[in-house]
Design a protein. Sequence first.
Length: 501
Amino acid sequence: MAPRDDAPAAIDAAELRRVFFRVFPAVGLAMFGAALDQTIVAAALPAIARGLGAVEHISWVVVAYLVATTVAAPVYGRLGDAFGRRRMLLVGLFVYGLGAALCAVAPSMDVLALARLLQGLGGGGLISLSVALIGEVVPPRERGRFQAWIAAIFASASALGPVAGGVLTEAFGWRAVFLLQPPLAMLTAWLAIRRLGNAAPGDARGFAFDWWGLVLFALFVAPALFALDEARRLTAPALLLALGLAAVAAAAVWLLWRQERRAKDPLLPLEVLGEPSIWRANLCSALMSGAYVGVIAFVPMYFAAVRGLSPSESGFALLPLAVLAAIGAMVAGRLLSRTGRGMIWATIGLVVAAALMAATAFGTGRLGVVAMAALLGLVSIGLGPSFPMVQVTVQVAAGQARLGTATASVQFSRALGSAVGTALVGAVLFGALVAEGGTAAELFVLLVNHGPAGLAHLSEAEAASFRDSMVGAFRAAFLCAAALMLAAAWFSARVPKQRIL
């Protein structure tokens, strides 16, 4: 029997540890596989482009998976609430593993993109269902005790993904990256069957799936994410296409809102998602994720264009930002268990992170590589508390019956926020270069589309001038990220549910 949110003291410490470690091997491995996929494939993209050709379509491999996971997340959350989360986790693992196997044998870029779409339809529920399954058995306030284990999953996946992807690609070819995932999915499914036998079965009596809601949600997500991907190309035709796609997404949102108001079992229950603690926490999460992923996306360009680092050196310099958020998450988890206070730790962390991000902005061009990497690592620690605090707050506000839907809403807000934040930081960066005049903006487009190789033709004087322009542009981009963090802190402080009982 899952503990109720209003009875956190029902299990003593020893029993709580036993219950947690009964379910953690299965859900932890599911989280690890889903988190690893987000980074391990990125390392193989250059090799995929060389092997399959169609370099101009390489972004499809990333965007197709992102679209599918974003669409699938609320579907798994809603179906998990109705039919049981263990059952839906097994479905997700099967589809995810099948998609990965098809990726490994894809003969062309088009087939690979379709296989990634299928893989994303499976992977979309792995993280949210795993977190919800922990929520079934661990009372909200006590989840902080085990945050170290959850944070370790994401930290290890973030650190291992690029390294494993590079090693596998170099030693066995890019297909090995996808061949790693079906055995991982099968092992996770076996553990889920063995370890999650007491997971809540769900209550599907009278349930009617909201198919129109799913169609309209997909018609919003896909054009929106493709619009953001096109906008990052920073060319006039791409921007025009992005505006058209954005218009389609806006129309779909309006129709989706009307559909969800009248649906018997809505895909996105407005009465749940409209609860102030939930939508404000989700908006905080979206803004924070946008700043975090936006910085991660463009900092390697800074290290390459301004500091002259190789791709591998840039990767190592980025590690503190990518990994150290786990420390902030673990500290906040312990503070939650001791004090019962949740979002206050996210608010404090976000304010500190914003101040450090502003310091990074004003130090751009003067800070050494080690100092800048260390400062970005401290920013990451400040952002860390937001991850668990938003998750727990949203789950408690939604209640046990809508645990899956609420958990999936956090995943959706992070995915959409990451995409929007990356586009916004890129737009500020590009706009600052345009404002400076000269060829800096054109050279930046070359850097975005072709990497450091796109600047190989520059003379030493031209390269130095471009570096100076990039310093000013990155200062503006980092200040934009700091502003997003401050906005996230404001919404975090405005969440009504500040105590977790």
